[in-house]
Design a binder for this molecule. Sequence first.
Ligand code: HEM
Ligand SMILES: *[C@@H]1O[C@H](CO)[C@@H](O)[C@H](O)[C@H]1NC(C)=O
Ligand SMILES: *[C@@H]1O[C@H](CO)[C@@H](O)[C@H](O)[C@H]1NC(C)=O
Length: 506
Amino acid sequence: MPLFIIPSLSSYSQLTGYFFFPLFSMETLTLFFFFLLVSFLFFLLRTNYRTRWRLHHLPPGNFGLPFLGETLQLISAYKTENPEPFIDDRVSKYGTVFTTHVFGEPTVFSADLETNQFILQNEGRIFESSYPSSISNLLGKHSLLLTKGGFHKRMHSFTMSFANSSIIRDHLLVDIDRLVRLNLESWADRVLLMEEAKKITFELMVKQLMSFDPCKWTEKLMREYMLLIEGFFAIPLPFFSITYRKAIQARREVVEALNLVIAERRRKGQSEERKNDMLAALLDGDGGAGGFSDEEIVDFLLSMLVAGYETTSTIMSLAVKFLTETPQALAQLKEEHDEIRSRKSEGKALDWKDYKSMPFTQCVINETMRVANIISGVFRRTTADVSIKGYTIPKGWKVFASFRAVHLNHNCFKDARSFNPWRWEKTNSGGTELLNMFTPFGGGPRRCPGSELARVQLCVFLHHLLTQFSWVAAEEDKLVFFPTTRTKHRYPIIVRRRESCTSTPS
Ligand code: HEM
Ligand SMILES: *[C@@H]1O[C@H](CO)[C@@H](O)[C@H](O)[C@H]1NC(C)=O
Ligand SMILES: *[C@@H]1O[C@H](CO)[C@@H](O)[C@H](O)[C@H]1NC(C)=O
């Protein structure tokens, strides 16, 4: 999300949508007048902000141009290879909490650890998650990402109990191992790692949510999903944007497919053995609180898929990229996994004990999430006037808590902008001190319920990749941060099967 990716992404998208679209479209004139009108309204509002700036203690900053604010600066900043130019610049001018105006709204940015924690912990009290309409229309109003209050609490803990460690250990791990292996079987020569990783994580989520093995049906579902996700980055007006129209259509297809699955399950419910998946749990309802409606179940499944697959697959590919560029880490990781493999007979699945004996792998995963920050931070909206660091943020304002700014801050992490998995080693006393500054999965009531599941998937994937293959990068491929964190060319690699694994044991 890119979810969570989602908040940041989607807003970029709105921007790309609203402001770049006119350059290419037939409706240029209409949009131009629309723009003029909005600019005028904005000027009126702006006078109002100015007064507030003086009256209230807003964090220092700059509102930039009318309507556009500093949005263009933000976009162009993230197109460079420097991961944090927009925030770096303003932090040096104004300090770690500053005001700007992006995506059509005044927004307070926080690059400050304590402020970020304050924002996360006060979710539901003085802050609430805030997603643009492009996202909410596509996810559906019952999506976990959008629900608030009591229903959110209930759904969040429900999700936690679906993906907690005992469930993963007892039920999910087996399929994760099997499906990762199955995918790697067909790998030969040149592989587009980002594409393959997406396929793997999509299949895993579908399996875990509704027990489907990969087939034509899941392939079709994945195609629709990709269209749907593209809609997050489009202007949320069907009239103006083909991408958005297609995404809405794709949502309809997905909803229809999921509805059929639900109907089928309800029908067979009595006669067949109960499946051990998320859908079964949803159909049961949770502990006396009353069941869920079909509509709620559909929105829920749909957004779990969105939340679970782009994120994990991006980290999978980027971990491989960083390892390829850090041979010493790659060698140490290979040793860790060869050691695990050597204790097991050929082809035997990984079990929980194996997963728990991958300390260096966990360091690599943490370091990948720290450096890459696929979810650079989260957007929230204040539900009351909020005092932070002697400033006041007015009620109803947007706030962006930047995790990336903290993760890449030299005062928090030594030599913060280089990939150094050893910093996480327990022996490196740093390890535990680093933890409270490290929020790749967010925090507070909305902390990612899929964090353990994502880790297990990453570990299993790295294990089979390392023990079965050696590889080199097929071409130089740079990391970019816009609109999502990814590499420019989907990270092509040339793979070769390792000898030890092809030889049959006698
Ligand atoms: C490396 C992979 C992942 C990363 C970095 C990640 C990160 C995050 C972050 C930062 C949030 C908080 C968003 C916010 O506060 O607004 C979040 C929420 C969420 N994540 Fe993940 N996630 C990952 C994988 C997964 C997986 C595998 C699942 C599926 C089980 C999942 C399901 C969710 C859901 C349902 C939410 C919404 C929680 C809520 O609003 O209560 N995520 N994720
Ligand atoms: C995980 O969730 C299940 C219910 O789905 C529950 O019975 C179990 O106690 C939970 N385990 C942990 C470690 O929280
Ligand atoms: C990695 O980060 C998580 C927090 O997301 C932490 O619980 C874990 O201990 C870290 N692992 C290592 C090896 O530092």
